[in-house]
Design a protein around this ligand. Structure first.
Ligand SMILES: CC(C)(COP(=O)(O)OP(=O)(O)OC[C@H]1O[C@@H](n2cnc3c(N)ncnc32)[C@H](O)[C@@H]1OP(=O)(O)O)[C@@H](O)C(=O)NCCC(=O)NCCS
Length: 134
């Protein structure tokens, strides 16, 4: 039976395998450890004997963000991503989050369809970014 639960470090290798199989960039351990100092309850896995999906949420006190959603290619169209996002939305709502943002590559038509199905609508904003010196 599918369960959605908070990430545990013992899940890390399985989560990396799901990200890799889904063609998503892997979050290195050190980066993940830094993220988990905040909102650890917003990093979720879907499991049914093994980890089959993952999603990372953050809340900055004003907006929620959804990052690195992935479902194993062999387990798609079974409602797993929808279940992950529904649980993450519930947890963000409990924190008082009024709105959730996310980024999708423009050529990810399946991803865009998925998000629109769940009510996430495209905005015209352009993402700008700048690395800070270490
Ligand atoms: C996008 C992704 C997370 C969807 O996972 P999933 O578990 O298959 O999604 P769900 O089963 O919950 O799909 C819910 C609905 O979204 C829509 N949807 C999902 N995948 C779709 C696709 N490939 N094409 C069109 N619509 C799709 C459908 O309406 C689907 O309902 P249905 O199966 O009853 O028709 C998965 O395909 C994936 O990991 N892709 C690679 C990584 C990625 O693109 N991540 C998200 C972008 S940031």
């Amino acid at each position: 039976m599918l369960s959605i639960r908070t990430f545990d470090w013992s899940d890390y290798d399985a989560v990396v395998a799901v990200w890799a199989a889904a063609g998503r960039a892997v979050v290195p351990r050190a980066e993940l450890a830094a993220k988990l100092t905040r909102d650890p309850e917003l990093f979720l896995v879907a499991e049914d004997g093994e980890v089959v999906g993952v999603v990372m949420g953050t809340y900055d006190g004003r907006r929620g963000w959804i990052l690195r959603l992935a479902v194993h290619p062999g387990r798609r169209r079974q409602g797993i991503a929808s279940a992950l996002v529904a649980e993450l939305e519930d947890r963000l709502a409990e924190l008082g989050c009024p709105r959730i943002n996310l980024l999708v590559m423009p050529d990810n038509t399946a991803g865009l369809r998925f998000w629109q199905e769940l009510g996430y609508l495209p905005m015209p904003d352009v993402l700008c970014t700048k690395p800070l010196a270490p």
